[in-house]
Design a protein around this ligand. Structure first.
Ligand code: ATP
Length: 236
C-alpha cells in the first residue's frame, strides 16, 4: 500500500469538509475520486499534499504517518500534485516551467532524461518549448502542468480535474497520457468530474458525497452501478 488515509476529518474554520474519510492507493494503481461539486474531492487532495492540515486521523505514505509533515517535504518524499486550475508560470517558457518541476533534484543527467520523457509523452510541448507558458492553449497548459509534476519524478502523482474546461478530443488525449504515465510506473490518484473517463481509466474508484465516501469498487464495477450511472454518468 503506497498511500493509506485513515479516518481523516478536515475543517475550513467552522465548516467540516471531510467526515472521517478512509481510502488507500496501492503501488501501481490509478485510483479515481468522483463526486458532485463540493463533495470534498479537492479537499482530500489538499490534505494529502499538505496544503491543509487534517483535524483528526492519519495519512500514511509508504507506511509512515505524514499528516504532520510540511508540504514541501511531502514533495521530497515523492508526492506531487499537478497544480489546480493549471497554475503554470505564465512568464516562463515551457522548458523553464518543466525545469521548475525538478527544482528539488540534483541529478542533472536524470533530469535531462525525464525532460525527454515528458516531451515524448507531450510532443506539443516539445514544439513549444521556447514559448511562454501563459501563451499556451488551455489544453497545452494542462499538459504542461502534468509534465511539470512528472519532472519531480513522483511516486504518487495527484491530479485534480485534469480534464476541466477542455475539448472532448483533448480530454481523450490527456487520459490516454495518464494511462501511459501509469504504465511507465507512476501511481496516480485522480479527482474528476468526468466520471465516465475516470472510471474507464481507473483500476479502482471512490464515490464521495458531502465529505463521506459512499461507495468504492473497481472502475468497471462502478461504471455499471445503477446508482452511479444515474447520479454521475447522466444515464437513468
Ligand atoms: P469541486 O469539484 O466543486 O471543486 P470538490 O468535491 O473538490 O468540489 P471541495 O473543493 O473539496 O469540493 O469542497 C468541499 C467543501 O469544503 C465544500 O462545501 C466547500 O464549500 C468547502 N470549502 C472548500 N474550500 C474552502 C475554503 N477555502 N474555505 C471554506 N470552505 C471551503
Amino acid at each position: 500500500m503506497l498511500l493509506e488515509i485513515d479516518d481523516i476529518t478536515l475543517h475550513y474554520g467552522r465548516i467540516q469538509a471531510l467526515h472521517g474519510i478512509s481510502l488507500h492507493v496501492n503501488e501501481g494503481e490509478v485510483v479515481a475520486l468522483i463526486g458532485a461539486n463540493g463533495a470534498g474531492k479537492s479537499t482530500i487532495m489538499r490534505a494529502i499534499s499538505g496544503l491543509r492540515a487534517v483535524s483528526r486521523g492519519a495519512i500514511r505514505f509508504n507506511g509512515e504517518d505524514i499528516s504532520k509533515v510540511r508540504a514541501d517535504l511531502r514533495v521530497a518524499r515523492g508526492i506531487c500534485q499537478a497544480p489546480e486550475g493549471r497554475g503554470v508560470f505564465p512568464g516562463m517558457t515551457v522548458q523553464e516551467n518543466l525545469e521548475m518541476g525538478a527544482y528539488i533534484r540534483r541529478d542533472h543527467a536524470e533530469i535531462a532524461k525525464d525532460m525527454e520523457r515528458v516531451f515524448g509523452l507531450f510532443p506539443r510541448l516539445l514544439e513549444r518549448r521556447k514559448q511562454a507558458g501563459g501563451t499556451l492553449s488551455g489544453g497545452e497548459q494542462q499538459m504542461l502542468a502534468v509534465g511539470r509534476a512528472l519532472m519531480a519524478r513522483p511516486k504518487l502523482l495527484l491530479l485534480d480535474e485534469p480534464s476541466m474546461g477542455l475539448a472532448p478530443m483533448i480530454i481523450q488525449q490527456i487520459f490516454t497520457i495518464i494511462t501511459e504515465i501509469n504504465q511507465q510506473g507512476t501511481t496516480v490518484l485522480l479527482v474528476e468530474q468526468n466520471a465516465q473517463q475516470a472510471l474507464s481509466r481507473a483500476h479502482r474508484a471512490y464515490v464521495l458525497e458531502t465529505g463521506n465516501i459512499v461507495k468504492e469498487g473497481t472502475g468497471a464495477d462502478l461504471l455499471h452501478d445503477p446508482a452511479v450511472k444515474a447520479a454521475y454518468l447522466g444515464v437513468a
